[in-house]
Design a protein around this ligand. Structure first.
Ligand code: MSP
Length: 536
């Protein structure tokens, strides 16, 4: 089996609740995975949950539950959310799974045996909320720490450290030699700036069990558990190794214990092609993670793709202010594809975005209901009305427009430029809607002498709808499928190659047209949706 295109997301902290930011990231990765599959590559999409650490332990204790039981309950909520988002995931990792823990332990054993880890005392200011020691740089001018760090206390403890010094220069070289390793460029520059201006301090990779027991024990020192970030980052690699990617597991051969059982498999996933993450965790992914891998003799991932953060109404989303966008509620009210469309169309991968309900509704109305929805509905309704739903002989008046959009969309998808791809696809929606207005098939239908011209126009419109279904598949899989069904086509529009012009054969009978995006009174809720008559 050849190597699959392997895309991952950050694994979410199990003790939070899924919100717009988590959903956005998972949808980005889903579109990337679906696009690759559509383009003919095998792809593997991994997401999951980060379940160890102080916060989870504290939250479980607060609810009077054992941490594992607490995680098991919440994992159901997160997995349901992944299903609700229509994610085409191939696996769902939970860091409490034995398959993951066994690989983390093997990594630790190897690094320890090579002398990459050492034990030393440390005195410092510790943020309990963020589970991290703070440095003098974190102090405010008045000497206090920002309340965002939560309770900060001085702590002295012995811990295990990962030697970083020897890794700084090769990492700089690697990032410079591989411009796509960290994307977009603004994030790449940020990482390079950091690496060139500061000496990397050794990374503390343990927590004393006396303070935190909810973690993976260090295999060489039973008084400690592994730092949650070392554990969490390893998920990207542990799952391929555990699923039987033997090339992935090879560098750790001899360091697994008897709890590790990978099936014999021809699966090839590692190295990851894209790690999709948010801007707050770039340092972990673009600095610590490559260093961990390099030290363990494991090949590096090809790309860390960094998206920006969503705000709501210009403010940080926060439970206390009550301005959190709940993806489930939006999907229940507006439909999954409307949600997927909005987040991908509104925000390019990189900058920060701002969710407003008004902005969401405006795009829904203009681009989905009046744009794509109206095009498909009026094209198919006219074909039904004027030709009894039978496709006329092929004609290629819009073939060049569609061909250009197809070529540009392919390039955009290959570069994970998802907003760019959507803009491009919508240029075809707009072109076809204008074509209806210019050719006025409803007038042609009144003149028997224009029957051939009407055939041509109807073919171009129906075929454009078919092409759009294929192009839209990675973004709006359910809408794309509905368009195919309404066209009377069997199977899924999931092969990019099928977008080539001329796929609709003459004489083919289409199905029943129906509105794709119900028009809504912008001010009303879904209970009062109006299925407006589509206008020709
Ligand atoms: N558990 C760590 C990641 C470990 S990956 C080895 C973590 N979890 S998180 O739940 O806090 O965040 C998960 C992802 O959601 C991160 O990539 C983060 O950037 C993203 N987002 C969290 N809030 C966000 C927004 N408001 N907007 C966009 N993405 C945001 O970090």
């Amino acid at each position: 089996m050849s190597k699959r295109f392997y895309v991952t997301t950050a694994i979410d902290y199990v003790n939070g609740e899924p919100h717009l930011g988590h959903a956005y990231e998972k949808i980005i990765a889903d579109v990337i995975a679906r696009a690759r599959r559509s383009l003919g590559q095998e792809a593997f999409y991994l997401t999951g949950l980060d379940e160890h650490g102080q916060k989870v332990q504290q939250a479980a204790v607060a609810e009077g539950k054992a941490p594992q039981a607490y995680c098991d309950e919440l994992a159901v909520v997160w997995q349901a959310c992944a299903a609700k988002l229509g994610l085409s995931i191939d696996d769902f990792v939970r860091t409490t799974q034995p398959r993951h823990k066994a690989v983390v332990a093997a990594m630790l054993r190897k690094l320890h045996s090579q002398g990459d880890l050492y034990k030393a005392p440390y005195r410092g200011w510790y943020s309990w909320k963020e589970e991290t020691f703070l440095t003098e740089k974190d102090r405010r001018p008045d000497g206090t720490f920002d309340p965002a760090w939560g309770e900060v206390k001085e702590l002295v403890e012995e811990n295990w450290y990962f030697r970083m010094a020897k890794h700084q220069s090769w990492l700089i070289e690697h990032i410079e030699a591989n411009p796509t390793f960290v994307q977009p460029d603004s994030r790449r520059n940020e990482v390079l700036g950091f690496l060139k201006s500061q000496t990397l301090e050794d990374l503390c990779i343990s927590r004393p069990k006396a303070r935190l027991s909810w973690g993976i024990p260090l295999p060489f020192d039973p008084d400690y558990v592994n730092y949650v970030w070392f554990d969490a980052l390893t998920n990207y690699y542990s799952i391929p190794a555990a699923l039987g990617d033997s090339e992935a597991a090879a560098p750790l051969e001899g360091f697994f214990d008897s709890t590790f059982h990978a099936p014999r498999s021809a699966l090839r996933l590692w190295p990851a092609d894209v790690h999709v993450i948010g801007k707050d965790i770039v340092k972990f992914h673009a600095v610590y993670w490559p260093i961990m891998l390099k030290a363990a003799g494991i090949p590096l991932p090809k790309q860390v793709l960094v998206h920006g953060w969503w705000q709501k109404d210009g403010q940080k989303m926060s439970k206390t202010t009550g301005n959190v966008v709940n993806p489930i509620e939006v999907i229940d009210e507006w439909g999954l594809d409307a949600f997927r469309f909005y987040v991908l169309r509104e925000l390019d991968i990189g900058p920060d975005g701002n969710w407003t309900d008004a902005g969401f509704k405006a795009r829904y109305q203009a681009e989905l209901a009046n744009g794509l929805g109206n095009l498909v509905n009026r094209s198919l309704s006219m074909l039904k009305r004027y030709r009894n739903g039978v496709v006329p002989p092929p004609h290629s008046e819009l073939a060049n427009d569609a061909g250009k959009v197809l070529a540009d969309t392919r390039v955009a998808l290959e570069n994970s430029e998802l907003q760019g791809a959507l803009l491009n696809i919508w240029s075809l929606v707009t072109r076809a809607n204008q074509y209806v207005d210019h050719t006025a098939p409803f007038k042609l239908a009144k003149d028997p002498a224009q029957a051939k011209r009407l055939d041509e126009v109807l073919y171009n419109l129906a075929e454009t709808c078919r092409v759009l279904a294929v192009l839209l598949w990675p973004f709006l899989p359910s809408t794309a499928t509905k368009i195919f069904t309404q066209l009377g086509l069997s199977g899924l529009p999931d092969k990019f190659a099928a977008a080539a012009w001329g796929g609709l054969p003459a004489g083919h009978k289409i199905g029943e047209p129906a509105p794709l995006f119900p028009r809504k009174d912008i001010s009303t809720r879904i209970s009062r949706i109006r299925f407006a008559r589509q206008c020709y």
